[in-house]
Design a protein around this ligand. Structure first.
Ligand SMILES: Nc1ncnc2c1ncn2[C@@H]1O[C@H](COP(=O)(O)OP(=O)(O)OP(=O)(O)O)[C@@H](O)[C@H]1O
Length: 588
């Protein structure tokens, strides 16, 4: 199979796909072409003027031409300038608009992908696609237009060459095929370099993301130097690829210049002999030479534009890989809207494995939860508690069995109504870098201050919020860094209260807060749980003691279900867990 042909087909396909993004700006593109026509005409016109300038002013000594020609020259350059400005502005406008749309589409697609996708893909890589690869694509149409612009200019100039002297033009254009070869050769090389470069940028973004996120660990282990070393290695790789790109980019010009010089040499040789023999005037010859020299500029620009397009195609490959991927399917739910109140939740023979793993994380789970119950899940680390509760908001889908909510399979509900109906408070309280108020009312900005304050009061957060520098308007910092662990937890509890879910999922924090904070968080949680069905991954003694039902898990299976007293008597696993995990804790 002809590889070159394959590559060309792919380029055409990618270019077409890129161009479809520019389709809404058709009128602007047409206007831009009109501006281009003006530029081409003015450029060719300026070259044409050289002949009357030389022959009429310098040889015939014509005074009226002396006045007229400079004015015409200025007018032509004015026309060219205006044309160029309009064309460039319109193209930049279209490019930036396309950039905005692609960025949005990519973000919108990625944020709707299932949780599993984020488990397997590095976040930094995704960020680099949204920022840097998309950026490359936006230059594709403007560069394509540049190619058309310069091709038009070249047509104008070549027409002038032929008009001036067809034979001389033949000699000048003889070297043309030679000049095209480096354009194609370097274009291909640059496409490959572009691909590698973008991949390395993604690596570096991922690496930075990880190091900054894990900054505390880095500091605690005093491994800054090691991290610097690793970064510098990755950065040097990027430098090497970047330099390779520059070599290809910069080599194409001198090589073309050399080929151009050969053409010019041929012209001087032939054209000069024609002037000496009296067959043409020096004015005709210089006008010809001017057009020839002017040809170099657009030709060089075409080669540069081709280089940029090749790099844009490298970005396009990576962006469309995500946008068009059949495997990356956005989450979808059913058509039924889940309307509280919560009546029941049942797991019927549910088994689940994480993608790419052999051993199932959950095996044949059967469980029934009724309205108003408080159900605690216990088990050692890795028993499957988190996996089980994450199936309820459909962060993952089970491969076998069915989970029913109010009698209907979870898959029948629309994702948004299902998730809106479920409140989740996890052990790692996540806050956005927004104000306290916006964090509590997250997703519901329409709620007024009073409602937000009520939720904060129920979560025992109001008092500390009032002590913050700007009260409810205080920005909490990325991930809530400006707050203590207990304060962050209380804000996430207020957020859950605000959501008013009918079913609550709680992952109790294992990391110990001090006794006072712990007591307040506990009271806030009690307010949150009041009157709601709650599923709790239990780490506190008080939770298992007050639970209506305790589910004991081990190795992805439910080993036993009952209340504290029953389990102490009949379940050895629970007995052991209780002795190891809970017994030493004070009863609140
Ligand atoms: N994203 C994942 N991909 C692959 N396997 C996973 C993933 N998350 C968890 N597992 C595996 O699934 C099993 C159950 O894990 P799960 O997190 O549900 O346990 P857990 O009981 O909640 O533990 P812990 O109390 O430590 O949070 C474990 O063997 C774990 O290694």
């Amino acid at each position: 199979m002809n590889i070159t042909k394959l590559l060309e087909n792919e380029t055409v396909h990618l270019l077409r796909r890129c161009m479809s993004y520019f389709a809404p700006y058709k009128m602007l593109v047409i206007a831009s072409f009109a501006a281009l026509g003006l530029v081409a005409l003015c450029t060719a016109g300026a070259a044409y003027l050289v002949q009357p300038a030389l022959d009429k002013i310098f040889i015939d000594k014509d005074r009226s031409s002396l006045m007229l020609l400079p004015i015409m020259l200025v007018a032509l350059f004015l026309g060219k300038g205006v044309g160029l400005f309009v064309q460039k502005y319109l193209m930049s406008y279209c490019g930036l608009k396309v950039l905005e749309r692609l960025r949005y589409e990519l973000f919108a697609k990625i944020i709707c992908l299932p949780v599993d996708f984020f488990g397997e893909t590095r976040v930094g890589m995704l960020m680099s696609r949204i920022i840097s690869d998309v950026n490359l694509i936006s230059s594709s149409l403007p560069e394509l237009i540049r190619i058309i612009q310069h091709s038009l200019t070249m047509v104008g100039l070549v027409a002038l060459l032929i008009y001036r002297d067809a034979q001389l033009a033949f000699w000048a254009c003889l070297v043309f095929p030679l000049a095209v070869y480096p354009v194609i050769y370097f274009g291909k090389k640059l496409r490959k370099v572009g691909r590698n470069y973008q991949a390395k940028i993604a690596d570096i973004s991922s690496y930075m993301q990880e190091s900054f996120n894990g900054l505390r660990v880095v500091k605690a282990f005093a491994t800054e130097d090691m991290e610097k070393e690793k970064f510098s290695e990755a950065s040097s790789k990027l430098l090497r690829i970047g330099l390779k790109g520059k070599v290809y980019n910069q080599l194409s010009s001198p090589i073309m210049e050399l080929i151009g010089a050969v053409g010019a040499g041929l012209v001087i040789w032939y054209g000069g002999s024609q002037v000496i023999a009296g067959k043409s005037t020096p004015g005709e010859f210089f006008s010809f030479m001017t057009a020839l020299v002017m040809l170099y500029d657009p030709f060089k620009s075409i080669s540069q534009a081709n280089n940029t397009i090749q790099q844009a195609m490298a970005g396009a490959e990576r962006v469309f890989e995500i946008l068009d991927s059949r495997e990356l399917v956005e989450e979808s739910g059913g058509d039924t809207v889940y309307v509280p109140p919560f009546a029941s939740l049942s797991f019927e023979d549910v088994s689940f494995s994480y993608p790419g793993t052999q051993e199932p994380a959950l095996k044949s789970i059967n469980l029934e939860i009724k309205a108003g119950q408080r159900v605690a899940f216990v088990g050692q680390s890795g028993a499957g508690k988190t996996s089980l509760i994450h199936l309820i908001p459909r962060f993952h889908d089970c491969q076998q069995g069915v989970i029913r909510l109010n009698g209907l399979p979870l898959k029948d509900y629309t994702l948004s109504s299902l998730r809106t109906g479920i409140g989740i408070v996890s052990q790692d309280p996540f806050l956005f870098n927004l104000s306290v108020r916006d964090n509590i009312a997250y997703g519901r900005p329409e709620l007024d201050q009073q409602v937000v304050e009520q939720a904060a009061k129920a979560a025992y957060a109001h008092d500390f919020i009032m002590e913050l520098p700007q009260g409810y308007d205080t920005i909490v910092g990325e991930k809530g860094v400006k707050l203590s662990g207990g304060q962050k937890q209380r804000l996430t509890i207020a957020r859950a209260i605000m959501k008013d879910p009918s079913l609550l999922i709680l992952d109790e924090a294992t990391s110990a807060l001090d006794t006072e904070s712990e007591r307040i968080v506990q009271k806030a949680l009690e307010n949150l749980m009041a009157g709601r069905t709650s599923l709790i991954i239990a780490h506190r003694l008080s939770t298992i003691l007050t639970a209506d039902k305790i589910v004991v898990m081990d190795g992805g299976q439910i080993k036993s279900v009952g209340n504290h007293q029953q389990l102490l008597e009949k379940c050895p696993i629970y007995n052991r867990l209780y002795t190891l995990q809970f017994q030493a804790q004070p009863e609140d």
